[in-house]
Design a protein around this ligand. Structure first.
Ligand code: HEM
Ligand code: HEM
Length: 176
């Protein structure tokens, strides 16, 4: 079914979860590779272009995803889970949404008034309005937040595997 129920995620939430989740993992790997590359490497510019274009796509999809979450029931966690675990799992979900949004937005804002933001060779978003100092601030945000993201990713994925392999409940199954 399209919409979530209190027991299971609907197909749209599932598709958005895996498309955005895999894009997030890919964009982090691309970000780490491209910033480590020699300036003279001919594919460096291509990877920057793909990183920025995928980042803009993530920004749009995260907004859709969050609105879809608000418009749907959220499947409940098992009632026999310790309260602190349910609380941490929920807080981490909100943290993941906040990180996806702020990583994409800080990337966009740091590039907008400098090199610009190409979108798969179709258009380039570029203009005045972000001073070099503000650009530097968004750059700092963009290179520091990934450390929080790694911790949050790890907790999320370890949590999902713990549910599946140790508790053997349906948490992972209802997202696939
Ligand atoms: C959607 C989520 C995004 C994630 C998770 C992400 C992640 C990263 C990471 C991990 C790096 C490497 C940081 C470092 O250690 O130096 C990076 C660099 C960079 N990102 Fe993103 N990024 C995202 C979106 C964007 C967007 C939308 C743009 C621009 C439109 C962008 C532009 C850049 C640029 C220009 C750099 C290189 C910064 C430098 O040269 O120091 N990113 N990103
Ligand atoms: C690759 C391994 C991953 C696995 C195995 C996984 C597994 C899951 C599972 C089982 C749920 C459902 C939790 C529940 O029922 O309460 C979930 C939800 C969620 N996941 Fe992942 N996930 C992965 C990657 C990611 C990544 C990379 C992100 C984003 C950065 C992400 C963001 C989210 C969010 C925001 C939710 C909440 C969905 C909602 O209710 O709106 N996941 N994940």
């Amino acid at each position: 079914m399209l919409k979530n129920t209190l027991e299971e995620y609907g197909w749209l939430a599932k598709v958005l979860h895996w498309v955005v989740g895999l894009a997030m993992i890919g964009i982090v790997i691309a970000g780490l590779i491209m910033t480590d590359m020699d300036q003279t490497n001919p594919v460096r510019g291509q990877i920057y272009m793909i990183h920025k274009s995928v980042g803009v796509t993530i920004l749009a999809l995260v907004l859709v995803r969050f609105l879809w979450r608000l418009a749907n029931p959220v499947p409940a966690l098992p009632g026999d889970m310790p309260a602190w675990q349910s609380l941490l799992a929920h807080l981490n979900i909100y943290l993941l949404y906040a990180l996806m949004f702020s990583m994409a937005l800080s990337g966009f804002l740091m590039s907008y008034s400098s090199y610009g933001v190409p979108f798969f060779g179709l258009v380039t978003f570029k203009g005045e309005g972000i001073s070099p100092d503000l650009g530097k601030f968004f750059h700092t945000v963009h290179v520091l937040l990934p450390y929080v993201l790694y911790a949050s990713f790890t907790a999320h994925i370890v949590g999902a595997l713990y549910h599946h392999f140790v508790r053997k409940d349906n948490i992972l199954k209802r997202m696939v």
